[in-house]
Structures are given as structure tokens and as C-alpha cells.
Design a protein around this ligand. Structure first.
Ligand code: SAM
Length: 296
């Protein structure tokens, strides 16, 4: 058979199986061997790895990963693709395909039940665009994160840019802080629209996320930190003293006090604060909440 990633193979499979690619499931299949290799290279897959792939499609990345990894588990939501994957990957005995929604997958149990003790877990995927951010946040906020060595994913370039953004930039926001809190972020490669069937409307990027062994900042209460970040960026045009007033029942005066305690000018806006300043502010807010509770 021709290479799995060749347009001819994708079209043959579509004809043979009468496969209609589903826009709503984000089915844009990769047809460029160089990009396949770039993803596998960046993931640094070797014979000690258990690779978990999100959305194998017809198996282009799955096959390339299986050539290097100890084992690969692909989680594919679309039942129609399962018989196709059985055929395209039939020569590999180190691949297991699970027909399941990744959002409903218990990642920790999956790893516990499948990982051999010497294996490292690496996640890869050409993510379905309709659900990119929920997939990333599910992995980062889930209990399995400490078991995962890296997450190498293709996603819309615009989302990748937001993830990588630093303070002061217009695209810096809650997503940048959330991902950078949990992971080191590495930019791998920009991917043009024309290496997919069908061609998506936007360009893509491949990034690699490496979960941190220690958080980059000390926060007393992670819940307060993330709520604060969300609230601050939820009204990013407002000054912080206005955007945050009312949070945890804190008055504007309480919020101003917390901002000053964290050495932040109350008239600044969310996009000017780096992650350290957000942490200092969250800790001052946590103290403010505690003071209010003590007074009740
Ligand atoms: N990996 C293939 C490639 O690069 O050609 C396919 C990538 S395509 C962008 C996304 C794949 O994810 C599709 O096969 C789609 O059916 C699958 N998918 C969509 N939503 C999913 C979900 N919630 N859980 C698991 N797979 C999903």
C-alpha cells in the first residue's frame, strides 16, 4: 500500500469505505510525511514509551509512533474509523485502538491499567479543532498529569500563539497562564493549511508541553489563583480594581488593599500582569478572604 499519509491513500479509503469526513468531529487528515515526522521527532518517542494518541483518524501518526514506541494506544471517537484503523494498522502488534470520546476517558485508569513499569507516557495528537482547549485543560487539570512526560500536539496556530503569549501582548490571557503554570511550552513548527484533507480554514502549529515537576509560582490556594485570573481577563478592558471587585464577596476597597499588598497599581489591567504578579495577588486575595471570615 502507498504511504498512509499520501492523498491517494486517504481518497482510496474514503471511496472504499464510503467515508464522509465529519466536520463536526474536526476530521482534517494529515497528508504530509514531513509534518508527521516532525511531530514524532519533537515528541522524542523511543522504545521505552507508551504513546497515547488522541484521535488517530486513519492512523498516520499512530503508524509513525508505533515504529518507534514500545506501544501506542489510540483513542478515537468515530466508530466508522475503527474498521479502517484495523486495516491500515494491521501489520503492527504494538497498537491498541479504543473507540471512545477522549473527554470521557479516565486517563489515570487508562495509564494505570496499561503502562508497564519501565514505560514513559507521551501524549501526541493532531487535535480536533472544535475541542482543542477542553482537551488540553482536561490533561493539565487531571490527576494523570504527573504520570505524563510530554504532550506534543498540533492545533490551530491562533490557539498555539495564545498559549505561548507573554504579559503585555493582546493575545495573552487565562489560557496562557493556565498552560504555562502547568507546563513548559515549546514551539515546534508552523503548519500550512494545505497539508490536510479537507483543507481547514486556518493554519496550524505543533507545540510540545512538558509538565513541570514544580509549579513556577507559589500559590496558597490554586482555586483562588485560577478564579482570579479568569475574572481579571473576563473583563480585560477594566482596571483590576474594577474587574475584580465583588470576587469572593470582596468589596472594591478589599480588592484595592489586596492589589496594593501585592505591590500592583490598582489601575493596571489584567494583560499587564505576569504569572508571578497574579500569584502574589491571589495570595493577598486569599488572605483578604480569610480576614473577612475571621471577622464574621
Ligand atoms: N490523527 C489523524 C491525522 O493526523 O490525520 C486525524 C486527526 S483529525 C484532526 C482529529 C481526529 O480526532 C479525528 O479522527 C476525529 O474523529 C477524532 N476525534 C474528534 N473528537 C474526538 C474525541 N472527543 N475523542 C477522540 N477522538 C476524537
Amino acid at each position: 500500500m502507498e504511504k498512509l499519509y499520501s492523498p491517494a491513500t486517504v481518497n482510496k479509503i474514503r471511496n472504499r469505505y464510503g467515508l464522509k469526513l465529519s466536520k463536526s468531529l474536526g476530521q482534517n487528515f494529515l497528508i504530509d510525511g514531513n509534518i508527521v515526522n516532525a511531530i514524532i521527532e519533537a515528541a522524542g518517542i523511543d522504545e521505552d514509551d507508551l504513546v497515547i494518541e488522541i484521535g488517530p483518524g486513519i492512523g498516520v501518526l499512530t503508524e509513525a509512533a508505533a515504529k518507534k514506541a514500545h506501544r501506542v494506544i489510540g483513542i478515537e471517537i468515530d466508530q466508522k474509523l475503527i474498521a479502517i484503523l484495523d486495516e491500515t494498522l494491521k501489520d503492527y502488534d504494538n497498537i491498541k485502538i479504543i473507540n471512545q470520546d477522549f473527554m470521557k476517558t479516565d486517563l489515570l485508569s487508562l495509564i494505570d491499567e496499561n503502562r508497564l513499569s519501565a514505560e514513559s507516557v507521551k501524549i501526541i495528537g493532531n487535535l480536533p479543532y472544535y475541542i482543542t482547549t477542553p482537551i488540553i485543560m482536561k490533561i493539565l487539570e487531571g490527576q494523570a498529569l504527573s504520570e505524563i512526560e510530554s504532550i506534543t500536539i498540533m492545533l490551530q496556530k491562533e490557539v498555539a500563539d495564545r498559549i505561548k503569549a507573554s504579559s503585555g501582548s493582546k493575545i495573552y490571557g487565562a489560557l496562557s497562564i493556565a498552560v504555562q503554570y502547568y507546563c513548559e511550552v515549546e514551539n515546534i513548527i508552523k503548519v500550512p493549511k494545505d497539508v490536510f484533507i479537507p483543507k481547514p480554514k486556518v493554519d496550524s502549529s505543533v507545540i510540545k508541553l512538558s509538565p513541570r515537576s514544580e509549579a513556577p509560582v507559589n500559590v496558597v490556594d490554586k482555586g483562588v489563583f485560577f478564579n482570579l485570573v479568569k475574572a481579571a481577563f473576563g473583563q480585560r478592558r477594566k482596571t483590576l480594581q474594577n474587574a475584580l471587585s465583588g470576587i469572593y464577596d470582596l468589596s472594591k476597597e478589599d480588592v484595592t488593599k489586596a492589589l496594593l499588598k501585592a505591590c500592583i497599581d490598582p489601575k493596571r489591567r489584567a494583560e499587564t500582569l505576569d504569572i508571578k504578579e497574579f500569584a502574589a495577588l491571589a495570595n493577598a486575595v486569599s488572605q483578604g478572604i480569610k480576614d473577612n471570615e475571621d471577622m464574621e
